[in-house]
Design a protein around this ligand. Sequence first.
Ligand SMILES: Cc1cc2nc3c(=O)[nH]c(=O)nc-3n(C[C@H](O)[C@H](O)[C@H](O)COP(=O)(O)OP(=O)(O)OC[C@H]3O[C@@H](n4cnc5c(N)ncnc54)[C@H](O)[C@@H]3O)c2cc1C
Length: 483
Amino acid sequence: MSTTSLEVDVAIIGAGTAGLVARRQALTHGAKRVLLIEGAVHGTTCARVGCMPSKLLIAAAEAAAAIRDASIFGIAPNQPQIDGAAVMARVQRERDGFVSSVLESVGKIPEQDRLHGWARFVGPTQLEVATTAGSVQVAARAIVVAAGSAPHVPTPLRELGERLLTSDTIFELPTLPRSIAVLGAGAIGLELGQALAQLGVATTILGNGTRMPLLKSQCMQSEARTLFEHRVDLQLGIREFAAVPVADGVRVSWTRADDQRREATVEYVLAATGRRPQLARLDLHRANVELDERGRPRGFDNRTMRITDTAIFFAGDITGERPVLHEAAAEGRIAGINAARYPDVRAHVRHVPLAIMFTDPNMAVVGTIPGPEGEGEAWDVGEVDWSDQGRATIIHQNHGRARIYANRACGTILGAELIGPRVEHLAHLLAWAIELRTTVPQALAMPYYHPVVEEGLRTALQQLGRKIEMAPKPHPLDCGPGT
Ligand SMILES: Cc1cc2nc3c(=O)[nH]c(=O)nc-3n(C[C@H](O)[C@H](O)[C@H](O)COP(=O)(O)OP(=O)(O)OC[C@H]3O[C@@H](n4cnc5c(N)ncnc54)[C@H](O)[C@@H]3O)c2cc1C
């Protein structure tokens, strides 16, 4: 095998969202030669196995759920006829469309600026890339590590072979399974588990923790747990999970929180047991980077994306901080700009935290959520209960609750936790309001159409306004029915 060497301004490890954005930004900000290195297939986690196929599956599940719910509106009660092969065919067809648009843009990158192979550090600014044509030694002025994350599968589960699914493999199934045990009740486990259940798959979601994902406050935790335990077979606080392959699937057993032992035979087990940053292959210790006990670099600054005192920048899921798409893009941007400018590195303002789960109902968290001890002091909270909100009742999605937090002294909105009808959109309104440093009175002075779920936000804001004593006079339209 031959060894060649390359000298570049910026080398980027990983052609996911963060890496692709970093490349574009590095070029725009003065780097002449930028090398993009990808070890696996191109197409990004988001398009191939993440956001897009999962939301396609959820869209099918929502269609099935709408048919089941139709009788409430006086429309002939119907059980949806679910063609599992057709459901998966659409997921794959549309997913392939998203992937091919990524492949198209990767295809436009000149070949001499791309390498296909796994990269590892051999010095502070030197990499070795194992390509099929041999090893390539890369020397760079700065390096962006955008190596993403991968599903973490507990060792005993690996023995299940093809009966074990992860988010990397589930979207390849030719048809929907008959039954599945989803191990892990985090964002991915709940989203996929609930969608499969709505699509008629006998689904049990098992979580060893007792908390629901995203939500912080105790009351939102209980609200979410009660709601989801009624909608899906969700069992939290389980222990002693075991899975053994049998002729027709997998025999799973576990101990419930109430000490009862349960078992079932399922066609597949879906391991939704978290994702881990892909650090192992990188040999970061050879870059003179100080590592913690889990192999993560110490001294990472999330405003510059730089690892202190190095020419190395991290971006995207590899940071282990905000594993969502828009943050991977934002971090890729900062890392790309700073890698091009290195050593003249600048700090950037980060977005307000925003995370959404596309469950039914949606869950979301925005901004800063105070701990219990913070609530009585500088914070106040306003609530809306969707059960009697006008628009939510009209569309028969009157479930859940939202809590909005504001700074008591100056009235700015600081954060929110939401479960309810299409709160994916309300979470955005609040994130934008927080980024613009909007106060509660300013938010209340905005127009609210009637009847819309946004009026529910106004209810919570009005409550907050009364608490912080900064509320404007009520507007006549505040008095529409069911707001
Ligand atoms: C099922 C699922 C659903 C999701 N849903 C959402 C959602 O609805 N909304 C949302 O915002 N986010 C969602 N996410 C998260 C989102 O997909 C990720 O946050 C985002 O894709 C991360 O992008 P990235 O660039 O950091 O990593 P990636 O896109 O994973 O790119 C990293 C790349 O680096 C390559 N690589 C790794 N190591 C090396 C090496 N040593 N040498 C060369 N190449 C290497 C990998 O092969 C990979 O291609 C979801 C994720 C999953 C799994």
